[in-house]
Design a protein around this ligand. Structure first.
Ligand code: SF4
Length: 179
């Protein structure tokens, strides 16, 4: 909070990212008011993928049925706009994203660090060209919300079931988890 205040006082545009977990569910209304009153430009709320250390810390894992409901929180969206916000149709999450890990591996996002497409020494352009965007019509998604949801998070879908499957947390957010 102190760092946030310093950044805002310095005139920086500030965004905050919050992960939903069983121990912070009661805090969301308060966080929303707090961040808006402070002048935070963008608040991103997401549910963590159950991978890495979260696999061993089960008390922080949350089900799609519960966690998905909290995806209604958050505001802004201009600082990290995805394909849908840029008016680009037909592609799933990650159209403009590539991550460079601290050890030099390059992957389509940090979740895919273990299936890196190359190394920074090979050049960003070369690595970028190896990442193939995923088209919406390749997904198993068949709901009426596909244009705004865009299949949610591809990595979350992959660890839940299938790389081309549904992100059940987003299905919960849209109220269609049982369909
Ligand atoms: S709500 Fe579910 S089925 Fe619909 S696009 Fe999103 S992930 Fe796919």
């Amino acid at each position: 909070m102190k760092a946030l205040a310093i950044a805002l006082d310095s005139g920086l545009e500030v965004s905050v990212a919050t992960m939903v977990h069983p121990k912070n569910l009661k805090d969301f209304d308060e966080m929303e008011k707090l961040f808006q009153n402070m002048g935070v430009k963008e608040w991103t709320v997401d549910v963590p993928c159950i991978t890495g250390r979260l696999e061993r810390n089960v008390e922080f894992q949350i089900s799609p049925e519960i966690g998905g409901r909290y995806l209604k929180y958050g505001y802004g969206g201009g600082l990290h706009a995805g394909a849908s916000q840029r008016g680009v149709d037909s592609f799933a999450c990650g159209l403009y994203l590539m991550a460079v890990m601290a050890d030099g591996r390059v992957a389509k996002c940090t979740f895919y660090a273990d299936s890196a497409v190359g190394r920074i020494e090979e050049g960003l352009r070369e690595c970028w060209q190896r990442i193939k965007p995923i088209r919406l019509d390749e997904l198993a998604c068949d709901c009426e919300y596909i244009e705004s949801c865009r299949g949610g998070c591809r990595y979350r879908a992959e660890i839940l079931d299938d790389p081309r499957g549904k992100d059940l947390y987003k299905c919960s957010f849209f109220g269609i988890i049982n369909k």
